[in-house]
Design a protein around this ligand. Structure first.
Ligand SMILES: Cc1cc2nc3c(=O)[nH]c(=O)nc-3n(C[C@H](O)[C@H](O)[C@H](O)COP(=O)(O)OP(=O)(O)OC[C@H]3O[C@@H](n4cnc5c(N)ncnc54)[C@H](O)[C@@H]3O)c2cc1C
Length: 430
C-alpha cells in the first residue's frame, strides 16, 4: 500500500465514530470493488458526500515488475471512456494493459471460423485486457485524490432499515449511519441485497472457469482466440507478445483436477484445449478457478437503495462482459442521481431510482440470456445443434454487416449509453 493512501485510510478508520453517525451522508456505498469505487468517484467528484465501506484491506502494492495476476478483465471501449472520464484510465495506462485488435472464434467439432478485426471496422482496437488489480489500483488513486470520499475499512454491516425516506445502517464498532441513498456494490454474495430482502433468480451453469496467465511458443498477435470445445469454451486473451490470459471453461467436477495438475501437465492440457493455436504453452503463472452461476436480482432498487455490478447480476464470463455491465450500471446510476440532484429532487426517491433500474435491468438480462444461448448451442454435440453450428460460423464470417453489428454491440454496449460512457470530457492535466 502506498504511504499516502495508507495514512488517508488509517486516518479515516481512526476518526471518532460520531463523525460518521452525526451527519446524513449523501451516499453510502457498501463495497469498494471496481464497480463500487467507480460509483464513489462519479458522485464524489461532483461534490456529493460519499462514504465508501470496504470489508477487505486495500492492496495497492502492484508494481511494474509484479508477476501477471490471476484475474484479468477484457474491457470494452465504453468502459475505457467511463474510467477515462473519472481520471482512472491514466493510472491503467501508466501501469500495465494491452489493447487487442482482433478476435478469432472457432469450434472443435464443426468447420468454419469467425474473425473480427478492428481494422475492418475502422477502429484502433476492439478493447483492452487489464489485470483486475491494475484497474482497482488506478481507481484507488482517484478515490484518494477526492476530498468528498471517505473510506472506512473492516467494519461489519450489522443491520439495515429503510425508513422515513432514509437508509439507516448499523456498523460494528461505529453505530448507526444515515444516508439518502445506500448503494450495494458488494459483489455476488451481496449482504445489502439480502438485508433488503431482494430476491434472486439463479442458474448454476455447473461449469467453472480456470484462469491465469501463460506464455506460448507463438505470439498471440494481439488477438483474443476463443475455441468452443466439448467441455466448454477455451480462450486466450492477448496480454501482448507471447503472454495471454486464459479462460478455460470446464464441467464443475473437473475444477479440482485442473487446479491439482502440475505446471507441466497444466501447460499440456491448455495447449491441447487450444488446439495448439499458439503452439505449446511454455510457462504458466499462478492459476485460480471460479464456479459459474448466473444471478439476477429481482429488483435493482428500493426506496433509498440501489444495487450495482455483481450485487445485481452475475453472468457467464465467456464474452467478458461482467464488469463492463457493472461499469455501465455505475455510469447510469451516477447520471440518474446527479440529474435528480440538479433538479433538487431527493435522489433516493423510488421514482428516481426506478429510472436507473429501467435503464439497466433489461440490458443486463438480454446479455445474460445471449450468453446462455451460446452456452446451450455450443455445449453438446446433439445433431441439431451441430447442424446449426455448421452454418453459423461461416455465415457470420462472410456477412460483414452482421459482424460489424455484433462487434459494435460488444465494443460499446447495447442500450442507450450513459453520458460517461459516450464521449471523453476534457480533464485537467490531459
Ligand atoms: C473467471 C472470471 C472471468 C471474468 N472475466 C471478465 C472479463 O473479461 N470482463 C468483464 O467485464 N468481467 C469479467 N468477469 C466478471 C467480473 O470479474 C465481475 O463482474 C466484477 O469483478 C464485479 O465487480 P464488482 O465491483 O461488482 O464486485 P466485486 O469485484 O465482487 O467487488 C465487491 C467488493 O465489495 C466488498 N464487499 C463485499 N461484501 C462487503 C461488505 N459486507 N461490506 C463491505 N465490503 C464488502 C468486497 O470485498 C469487494 O471489494 C469475470 C468473472 C470471472 C469469475
Amino acid at each position: 500500500m502506498n504511504n499516502d493512501l495508507d495514512s488517508a485510510l488509517e486516518s479515516a478508520i481512526s476518526i471518532n465514530a460520531t463523525e460518521f453517525t452525526s451527519k446524513v451522508w449523501d451516499v453510502v456505498i457498501v463495497g469498494g470493488g471496481m464497480v463500487g469505487a467507480t460509483v464513489a468517484l462519479g458522485l464524489g467528484q461532483q461534490g456529493m458526500s460519499v462514504l465508501l465501506l470496504e470489508k477487505q484491506a486495500i492492496d495497492t502494492s502492484w508494481q511494474a515488475d509484479s508477476p501477471y495476476q490471476v484475474r484479468v478483465s477484457a474491457l470494452t471501449r465504453a468502459s475505457e471512456k467511463i474510467l477515462r472520464n473519472l481520471g482512472a484510465w491514466q493510472g491503467i495506462e501508466s501501469r500495465r494493459f494491452h489493447p487487442f485488435t482482433a478476435m478469432h472464434v472457432w469450434d472443435e467439432i464443426t468447420p468454419g471460423e469467425v474473425h473480427f478485426s478492428a481494422a475492418d471496422m475502422g477502429e484502433p482496437n476492439l478493447g483492452y485486457t487489464v489485470e483486475n488489480d491494475v484497474i482497482q489500483n488506478a481507481l484507488w488513486d482517484q478515490v484518494e485524490a477526492c476530498d468528498n470520499i471517505t473510506v472506512l475499512l473492516n467494519h461489519r454491516l450489522e443491520s439495515l432499515r429503510l425508513e422515513n425516506d432514509q437508509a439507516w445502517l448499523t456498523l460494528e464498532g461505529v453505530g448507526e449511519l444515515q444516508t439518502e441513498l445506500l448503494i450495494g456494490a458488494d459483489g455476488a454474495m451481496s449482504q445489502v441485497r439480502e438485508m433488503a430482502f431482494i430476491g434472486l433468480d439463479t442458474h448454476d451453469y455447473e461449469q467453472c472457469a480456470v484462469v491465469g496467465c501463460v506464455k506460448t511458443e507463438l505470439s498471440s498477435e494481439d488477438t483474443c482466440w476463443q475455441r468452443y470445445t466439448k467441455d466448454g469454451p477455451f480462450a486466450y486473451l492477448s496480454m501482448g507478445g507471447n503472454v495471454s490470459s486464459i479462460a478455460w471453461y470446464l464441467p464443475l467436477e473437473k475444477m479440482q483436477w485442473a487446479l491439482a495438475l502440475s505446471d507441466k501437465d497444466f501447460a499440456q492440457e491448455i495447449s491441447k484445449a487450444s488446439d495448439y493455436r499458439l503452439g505449446s504453452v511454455i510457462e504458466v503463472a499462478e492459476r485460480g478457478a471460479f464456479p459459474l452461476v448466473r444471478r439476477h436480482a429481482e429488483h435493482y432498487v428500493k426506496p433509498n437503495l440501489a444495487l450495482v455490478g455483481d450485487a445485481a447480476h452475475t453472468i457467464h464470463p465467456q464474452a467478458g462482459q461482467g464488469v463492463n455491465l457493472g461499469l455501465l450500471d455505475a455510469a447510469a446510476l451516477i447520471e440518474t442521481v446527479l440529474e435528480a440532484k440538479g433538479q433538487n429532487k431527493p435522489w433516493g426517491r423510488h421514482s428516481v431510482l426506478r429510472k436507473y433500474e429501467r435503464w439497466r435491468r433489461g440490458d443486463n438480462a438480454l446479455v445474460q440470456r445471449s450468453m446462455e444461448a451460446f452456452d446451450w448451442l455450443f455445449k453438446q454435440d446433439a445433431s441439431l445443434k451441430v447442424f446449426v453450428r455448421k452454418g453459423l460460423l461461416p455465415v457470420a464470417n462472410r456477412l460483414t454487416p452482421i459482424k460489424n453489428w455484433l462487434m459494435g454491440q460488444a465494443l460499446n454496449g447495447r442500450e442507450a449509453l450513459p453520458k460517461l460512457a459516450k464521449s471523453v470530457r476534457f480533464r485537467k492535466g490531459e
